[in-house]
Design a protein around this ligand. Structure first.
Ligand SMILES: C[S@@+](CC[C@H](N)C(=O)[O-])C[C@H]1O[C@@H](n2cnc3c(N)ncnc32)[C@H](O)[C@@H]1O
Ligand SMILES: COc1cc(-c2oc3cc(O)cc(O)c3c(=O)c2O)cc(OC)c1O
Length: 310
């Protein structure tokens, strides 16, 4: 007969077993989200005249689905319903609709996270994530270099397809943050400035929003040549190709959005010194505006580890 200690031990084992299956299968959801995006499921649901779309209509409207695979769509939908991306409407005979999070997978939603999901599931990124233990054993600075033999930025310069995925992911966040930056809550930071360099400004989404909101402010995007490409500025927006470690154009202010987290402390100090050389003193209005994820102190329990700070 089982005593109380055995029952406790059994309960703990069952809990551990359940938890471990969650970990083993945690790869399933991101790959199902990628699959749904690539099949066009969120966009087909969104474009349907009725907010609830029947399974048969959904299957019939998926542009690239091989008819022999139609019976697998309910299984995919079940996982995505369970994860809160789609609603399931049984009363209406197996119907689906988009949830609030599901809307963020749409191609033309202004706050779409779609390109971030596609980037995170790109084979180059997946190969990086499975190389972390090798990286901890070798002496290379990043897991990306362990997996691919060169830095993320050199790889991007040579592989336009991957670079496009990365730039699109960054652009999607920039669209969201730009709206916030030029809103009442943040626009004071830019008032009175006549020039600003968005260092590592990517495809220019943030600089463009600032240039449009502040017509008397010249907004310059500095990024690597493969990112700037043949982008041409207009009016008060300019694109400059170059390395921020070589030369940063002079301006009243510098914006560093999602830059410092990619670099070691020593590189950050080097970069911040370069920034200082390119702006007037604090007394004369010079400023460096940093947008980064700020981590709580190491002693916290991690429940609010990530905070967006401006
Ligand atoms: C994480 S992304 C952030 C892009 C953009 N600021 C944003 O938030 O969407 C980092 C950017 O830094 C650029 N970058 C990397 N090394 C650079 C360098 N040496 N000089 C200029 N830009 C660089 C990358 O090309 C990329 O666009
Ligand atoms: C936020 O700025 C950056 C994000 C990322 C990045 O990188 C990875 C890498 C990975 O192996 C899996 C992932 O899901 C992601 C991301 O989702 C993600 O955002 C990378 C950066 O520079 C290389 C960033 O600056």
């Amino acid at each position: 007969m089982l005593n109380n200690n055995d029952i406790c031990a059994n309960d703990q084992l069952i809990q551990a077993e359940v938890q471990s299956w969650d970990y083993v299968l945690s790869y399933v959801l991101p790959s199902c989200i990628k699959c749904a995006i690539e099949l066009g499921i969120p966009d087909v649901l969104h474009k349907n005249a009725n907010p609830i779309m029947s399974l048969s209509d959904l299957v019939a409207n998926l542009p690239n689905l091989n008819p022999s695979k139609a019976s697998f769509i309910p299984i995919l939908m079940r996982i995505l319903v369970h994860s809160g991306l789609f609603n399931y409407h049984q009363q209406q005979g197996d119907g689906y609709s988009l949830t609030g999070v599901g809307r963020l997978l749409l191609e033309d939603d202004p706050f779409s996270k779609r390109s971030f999901f596609l980037f995170a599931e790109h084979p180059v990124v997946l190969n990086t994530t499975v190389s972390v233990s090798n990286w901890l054993r070798d002496d290379l600075p990043t897991a990306f270099e362990t997996a691919h033999g060169k830095s993320h930025w050199d790889y991007c310069a040579e592989e336009p397809e991957f670079s496009g995925f990365f730039d699109n992911a960054m652009t999607s966040d920039s669209r969201l943050i730009s709206n916030l930056l030029i809103s009442d809550c943040c626009k004071g930071v830019f008032e009175g400035l006549t020039s600003l360099v968005d260092v590592g400004g990517g495809t220019g989404t943030v600089a463009m929003a600032i240039a449009n909101a502040f017509p008397s402010l010249k907004s310059i995007v500095l990024d690597l040549p493969h990112v700037i490409g043949d982008r041409k500025g207009t009016g008060n927006l300019e694109f400059i190709a170059g390395s921020m470690f070589d030369k940063i154009p002079h301006a009243n202010a510098i914006l560093l959005k999602w830059i410092l987290h990619n670099w070691s402390d020593q590189d950050c100090v080097k970069l911040l010194k370069k920034c200082k050389e390119s702006i007037p003193s604090k007394e004369k209005g010079g400023k460096v505006i940093i947008i980064e994820i700020v981590m709580e102190d190491n002693n916290s329990n991690g429940s609010n580890l990530f905070k967006h700070n401006t």
